[in-house]
Structures are given as structure tokens and as C-alpha cells.
Design a protein around this ligand. Structure first.
Ligand code: 3AM
Length: 176
């Protein structure tokens, strides 16, 4: 499977929001809480595809290009810790319908194309810290940023030189 790639659909965070989040994170969490995700890697995963052949990737890109879904806004007003995967995350208390519909569509297209989909319900989140397997003091609140999504993207997860980097491959607009 040498020409397969590890892919996922996600929402990108605007650069300004990435910078606000990492500045706040440095104050809000102790250094030993976990390994901070670098600013450029902050994203909200919509559908994880796994290792995908070039042919399947092409088919999934075509399907993504036909999606007509409205853009949406959400408040990033929720925080949590999943000790088992060791993830501290930023999320929303009220996921907008547009977000849930988009994720559902991408996940069902992926499943129909043979990409195994987790049976766990979709929990929209932006991973802030990894390797957070010990108890973490979670701040009582976030600054309550508003995140507006007007597009979604396909990314490749590349592991090289001991690091994971997310390569942006293609973006599709959400309707106004
Ligand atoms: O950073 P988050 O949590 O949004 O956890 C992985 C990351 O999501 C997730 O895909 C994103 C890009 O790597 N991921 C990795 N393996 C996965 C799997 N087997 C997975 N999600 C579901 N099932």
C-alpha cells in the first residue's frame, strides 16, 4: 500500500484564532499537563479516513466536491480531558446543526467507500494537548471564542522526523 495516504476531513482554524488559542493555552495549563499540539496542527476533525489508496482518495474528493451544506458558527466554550487517549480538548456546548450534518455526511460517504468509521458518537473537538494521561486541572471556562466555518478541508497526516504534520490537500466551500 505504498501509494496510500493517511487522510482525514477537518475544519481548519483561522491563523488568528490558532495564535489566540496557543497563547491562552500556555497560561491555562501546566507544562506537565501534556504535549501541546503546534498551532498549525490545530483543527476540528470531521471524519477520519485512515490509510486510503489513490483511487479511493480520488473518489472521496469527488464526493466531497458535490457537498452542498451551509456554513456555520460555534462558540468554543467547552473543555474536557479524555484520559485514555490522553487528549485535552476544546469544544462547544451546542454543536450547530450544520456541523453535525457535515460530519455525518462525510462519515457516511467514508463508510460507504470502505473507510472504517468509529462506532463512537461524533464529539466535535479541537485537540489542545496530547499524552495527557495523568489527571489534568481543567480551567473553569474558555475565553469563549466564536469560530466561523465557511469551508472544510482534506488533510494528510504525515509522520516524519518523529513528528506528525498535517498537510493541507484541498478545501471546499460551505454555502453562504
Ligand atoms: O486530533 P483529533 O482528535 O481531532 O485522533 C486523530 C486526530 O483527531 C484522529 O484523526 C485525527 C487526525 O489524525 N484519528 C486517528 N486515528 C483514528 C481512528 N482510528 C482517528 N479517529 C478515529 N479513528
Amino acid at each position: 500500500m505504498s501509494n496510500s495516504r493517511r487522510l482525514f476531513f477537518a475544519l481548519s482554524l483561522p491563523d488568528a484564532l490558532q495564535q489566540q488559542v496557543i497563547r491562552w493555552r500556555a497560561e491555562a495549563f501546566a507544562p506537565e499537563a501534556g504535549r501541546p499540539v503546534v498551532a498549525a496542527n490545530l483543527h476540528l476533525t470531521l471524519a477520519f479516513l485512515g490509510e486510503v489508496s489513490a483511487q479511493k482518495e480520488l473518489a472521496l474528493r469527488k464526493l466531497a466536491g458535490r457537498i452542498v451544506q451551509p456554513g456555520f458558527s460555534m462558540r468554543l466554550d467547552d473543555l474536557g480531558h479524555w484520559p485514555r487517549p490522553g487528549v485535552v480538548w476544546l469544544g462547544t456546548r451546542r454543536a450547530p446543526r450544520g456541523l453535525l450534518q457535515l460530519a455525518e455526511l462525510l462519515r457516511s460517504q467514508a463508510a460507504r467507500s470502505g473507510c472504517h468509521q468509529s462506532a463512537l458518537p461524533f464529539h466535535p473537538h479541537i485537540t489542545l494537548l496530547r499524552a495527557a494521561t495523568q489527571p489534568v486541572a481543567i480551567p473553569p471556562a474558555t475565553p469563549g471564542w466564536t469560530f466561523s466555518a465557511d469551508a472544510f478541508s482534506l488533510y494528510e497526516s504525515v509522520f516524519e522526523h518523529g513528528r506528525t504534520r498535517y498537510q493541507h490537500l484541498e478545501q471546499w466551500p460551505l454555502a453562504k
